[in-house]
Design a protein around this ligand. Structure first.
Ligand SMILES: Cc1cc2nc3c(=O)[nH]c(=O)nc-3n(C[C@H](O)[C@H](O)[C@H](O)COP(=O)(O)OP(=O)(O)OC[C@H]3O[C@@H](n4cnc5c(N)ncnc54)[C@H](O)[C@@H]3O)c2cc1C
Length: 384
């Protein structure tokens, strides 16, 4: 067993760390306050090849792997979580679904610009009445001549509000199986398709510079060839890429938790009470030690899941454990970081107040903690 990062992995991590601390960190507070999208930063991330790390060069990628991609996501998220989420959705979920299930033509048309970062992808599963029970989605697609006509509403859609968002990968019902269950297919829905309406922008508690909108598909017409993958396995395709999304949420959580620890440690050494730095108090050191322990464990687990994926091995259990543990861990770490800061931690000018708010949605996106426990429970059941 070898826990060392390769030379290439170290280069990706160090390059991303330098870029994120020089370019992203100074803008992070402003982005959260104004909710404005940092197009210039996104362009620079694209120039550095961050949007296509795991894809071959022929499809606009950098020819790297999933460990490298997730090291990049961790380092970006250490400085700004919304940009980590952007990468998760456009690269790990949408880019991957196009790469794995797309035809050669679909890859050239839709994946290449996404992998190069010229365009941004969005993922459309959740609907007003279909969240954790995603298979109960109501959006319908009907084939009419050479076009699919889609009708339905998708909600909480990350990235779709960005000016350069090109496409929504939307799941829709296309028929019924013999036993009455719906057949769900996945479609490449261009944002400029007739009948595609960008709905309201959500006013979120955190991640305010993440462009999350509702999408209304009203007699939305797309070419017949925009069906993605197996028409009977669209739901399974969506779930398969969400497995990688879970590794990404774990990496984002670790990045955010590391930022909490960095800030809390620096503050504890600087803040003096009772005539000495609060770091000298064992109560504070224990909090910091617990943070470091849980971050280390979460990092090891997301890297293991990404490594298994790179080996082409099954990683459902590891990806789910990583997502569940890391997203619950970061809420506690962020809360403790605020505690170490005392009253200052409740002031918006201190980054830990922002980190605290940003931690919670990680337990909800890409499957809630309850859903992760359901998946793990099922795996345990199958082991009997
Ligand atoms: C910021 C943000 C960005 C998002 N981006 C996207 C996106 O880009 N694309 C997309 O498709 N979706 C996106 N989502 C949606 C997200 O995936 C869903 O919010 C999530 O899957 C939960 O669905 P829900 O909100 O409908 O909650 P519900 O499913 O209504 O769940 C409510 C509560 O009940 C619990 N629950 C439900 N069923 C069970 C059960 N059987 N057993 C135990 N507990 C249960 C849940 O765990 C949760 O605690 C985003 C959400 C947020 C907050």
């Amino acid at each position: 067993m070898n826990f060392d990062l390769t030379e290439e992995h170290r280069m990706i991590r160090d390059m991303t760390r330098d870029f994120a601390s020089e370019v992203i960190a100074p803008r992070s507070e402003e982005m959260e306050r104004t909710g404005e999208y940092p197009y210039d930063i996104i362009s620079r991330m694209a120039e550095l090849g961050m949007m296509g790390i795991p894809f071959p060069e022929v499809y606009g990628g950098s020819g790297g792997d999933w460990v490298g991609m997730h090291l990049c996501i961790e380092e970006i998220s250490r400085c700004d979580i919304t940009l980590g989420v952007l990468l998760d959705v456009t690269t790990c979920v949408v880019g991957q679904e196009l790469f794995v299930f797309g035809t050669e033509e679909q890859k050239r048309k839709w994946l290449v610009p996404i992998a190069r970062g010229e365009k941004i992808g969005a993922f459309g599963l959740t609907e007003p009445d279909a969240g954790s029970d995603a298979a109960s989605l109501k959006t319908k697609a009907v084939l009419e001549g050479n076009e699919w006509i889609l009708n339905g509403t998708k909600q909480f859609i990350t990235n779709i509000g960005l000016e350069n968002a090109s496409v929504l990968l939307a799941a829709a019902r296309t028929g019924k199986k013999e036993k009455g269950k719906s057949i769900i297919s996945t479609f490449i829905v261009p944002k400029d398709a007739p009948g595609f309406h960008l709905g309201k922008k959500y006013d979120k508690v955190a991640w305010r510079a993440s462009a999350t909108h509702e999408v209304i598909l009203e007699d939305c017409r797309i070419p017949k060839e925009n069906l993605l993958g197996d028409p009977k396995r669209g739901f399974a395709q969506h779930l398969a890429v969400l497995e990688t999304g879970r590794i990404s949420i774990a990496a984002i959580s670790v990045g955010l938790a590391q930022a909490c620890l960095d800030n809390a440690l620096a503050y504890a050494k600087e803040r003096t009470q009772f005539g000495q730095p609060i770091f000298n108090s064992q109560a504070i050191q224990f909090k910091l030690a617990d943070m470091a322990v849980s971050i280390e464990l979460a990092r090891n687990e997301y890297l293991k899941a990404a490594w298994l994926k790179d080996q082409g091995r099954k990683h459902t259990f590891e990806a789910t454990v990583a997502k569940l543990y890391a997203s619950e861990m970061v809420e506690k770490v962020a809360s403790d970081a605020v505690q170490v800061h005392g009253g200052y931690g409740c002031m918006n000018e201190y980054p830990v107040s922002r980190y605290y708010k940003g931690a919670k949605p990680l337990q909800i996106v890409e499957g809630t903690s309850e859903v992760q426990r359901i998946i793990i429970g099922r795996i345990l059941g199958n082991r009997l």
